[in-house]
Ligand binder design. Structure first.
Ligand code: FAD
Ligand code: NAI
Length: 471
């Protein structure tokens, strides 16, 4: 009798965006796929990441809108927040999406195992500690998609009430009166914006000279100015040294910089996430893990173990759900021997949903110069855009960075950086322009619908041809 309980064409370990994309895409092409998840399908993204964070940010958006209703002649009483209702709405959206994903996997005949997946030699995977019991599976190919998890800094032990990571913030029973956010990256800025708009007195403490590292400095400045106007304090270039919790557990004093401190009810630690290879076993395999814990891969997501791929937050590429989707699909195409083109992470689209929103792809002005390009950049402001005025949200810019031609006009578009209303929904054109290596002339030839916010992108590109219309 064989010790193997089941054979699959592909075994996927981890049911987040990377894992479920590989499973759905592979099964859609006709592969027999087994997917192992020990917690909830949907992973970080659906359960404690993208979806719940954006839902809470939408609550903040509604709160702001109602607060400004009188500007439109709509009389409404001053908004108050029922946090319990907000949390219930968030959970119901998660439940619907996790349920939908589960249905889709069933429809595609993916075998879902509940338990911890561990990889051994020769693409053998054991499942243990869950509802599926103890099993040994054999795959022709294996995709590791175990994702990432929260991390803290020394001295800040997460207790879930005073010291929190994103996992706790997304389900905190009440909004704190005041909070320090350690780290002004994507999570830090989204949570600072959400809590600040809902009445929490927020201080962001960021070690680097700018918040939102990776985004163009001009765009980051717009966010910082908007935060300041709304009472959110941003301190850049400061290291956090430790904290002194109050004996009654009601808050703490955070120490930072050169002897400065701030007393708050809560601390949100958002200093990056670490890959989560902890339960993957990997003993007896050639799968390599680097010093930061990332599983090492080549440009087609292959590990050093024959027949084993790794995707998503587990590997050292941008930690984004859409990158995990793309890598999951790439791995399947490589498993099928299609020799897919590697992904170009330089052109990855980034969308950050704080208020104002931030969206970008490609070079910043500074990184284009560092890369040796002769650069010309143009920047236009939403304050001149009709639709932004109608919506009542005019804070923001579109900045396009292009290669400079000898006559000073723009050639190839190298980067598009947007900050302002709905820019996460407007990046599409900029993303295509950068990744299609379009020139300013190529893009300027297209018409933008009126009145839309996207006219600002068209206007910015047009100005780089040397001939503007409005600006
Ligand atoms: P994960 O989503 O972490 O999924 C991995 C899964 O594997 C988990 O379900 C885990 O339980 C399971 N697992 C791990 N080990 C095993 C094992 N041995 N056996 C079985 N199962 C296992 N990205 C965006 O693109 N846009 C956003 O707006 C965005 N917002 C975010 C907001 C927050 C607060 C956070 C924390 C993240 C956000 N992200 C966002 C990042 C995004 O969530 C991740 O990039 C994405 O979830 C990575 O997908 P993944 O499949 O690689 O890993
Ligand atoms: P991050 O890497 O984006 O930002 C962490 C920030 O913390 C950095 O700016 C870093 O300089 C700072 N930092 C680190 N240690 C510090 C210290 N001791 N004191 C002060 N500052 C310190 O990581 P974050 O925000 O935790 O998010 C993790 C990842 O999740 C992101 O990189 C992103 O890939 C993903 N994410 C994506 C979102 C989106 O696409 N909208 C939203 C939220 C998360």
């Amino acid at each position: 009798m064989s010790a193997t309980d089941a054979h699959h064409d592909v075994i996927v370990i981890g049911g987040g965006p990377g894992g479920y994309a590989a499973a759905l895409y592979g099964a859609g092409i006709g592969l027999d796929v087994g997917l192992i998840e020990y917690r909830a399908l949907g992973g970080t993204c659906l359960n404690v990441g993208c979806i719940p964070a954006k839902e809470l940010l939408e609550t903040a958006h509604v709160f702001r809108t109602v607060g400004h209703a009188a500007d439109f002649g709509v009389q409404a009483s001053a908004p108050t927040i029922e946090w319990g209702t907000t949390l219930a709405r968030k959970q119901s959206i998660i439940d619907q999406l996790v349920g939908g994903l589960s249905g889709l996997l069933k429809q595609r005949k993916v075998t879902v195992y509940n338990g911890k997946g561990s990889l051994g030699a020769d693409r053998t995977v054991t499942v243990s500690g869950g509802e599926s019991g103890e099993l040994t599976l054999q795959g022709k190919a294996v995709v590791l998609a175990a994702g990432s998890t929260t991390r803290s800094i020394p001295g800040f032990d997460v207790d879930g009430s005073v010291v929190m990571t994103s996992d706790e913030v997304l389900s905190m029973p009440k909004l704190p009166g005041s909070a320090v956010v350690i780290g002004g990256g994507a999570i830090g800025c989204e949570f600072a914006s959400m809590m600040g708009d809902l009445g929490t007195k927020v201080t962001i403490l960021e070690a680097l000279p700018q918040i939102l590292n990776g985004c163009d400095a001009d765009a980051a400045k717009v966010v910082e100015r908007s935060f300041k106007k709304r009472g959110i304090t941003t301190r850049t270039g400061v290291m956090v040294n430790g904290h002194t919790p109050k004996p009654d557990g009601s808050g703490t004093t955070v120490h930072f910089g050169d002897g400065e401190s701030v007393e708050v009810d809560a601390v949100v630690v958002s200093v990056g996430r670490r890959p989560f290879a902890d339960l993957l076993g990997l003993e007896g395999t050639a799968v390599g893990v680097d010093e930061r814990g990332f599983v090492q891969i080549d440009e087609r997501c292959r590990t050093a173990e024959a027949g084993v791929w790794a995707v998503g937050d587990l590997v050292n590429t941008p930690q984004l759900a859409h990158v995990a989707f793309a890598e999951g699909m790439l791995a399947i195409r490589d498993i099928l021997g299609e020799e897919p083109a590697p992904l170009d992470h330089h052109g990855t689209p980034w969308c950050i949903y704080c208020n104002p929103e931030v969206a970008f792809a490609g070079h910043t002005e500074a990184s284009a110069k560092e890369a040796g390009f002769d650069v010309v950049a143009s920047k236009h402001h939403f304050v001149g855009n009709g639709r932004a005025k109608i919506v009542g949200d005019t804070d923001g810019i579109v900045k396009v960075i292009a290669e400079k031609r000898p006559d000073g006009t723009g050639g190839r578009i190298l980067g598009v950086h947007m900050v302002g209303p709905w820019v996460t929904e407007q990046l599409g054109q900029g993303y295509l322009a950068v990744n299609w290596e379009a020139t300013v002339d190529d893009v300027a030839a297209f018409i933008q619908p009126h009145p839309t916010m996207s006219e600002l992108f068209g206007e910015t590109v047009l100005s780089l041809t040397g001939r503007g219309l409005h600006g």
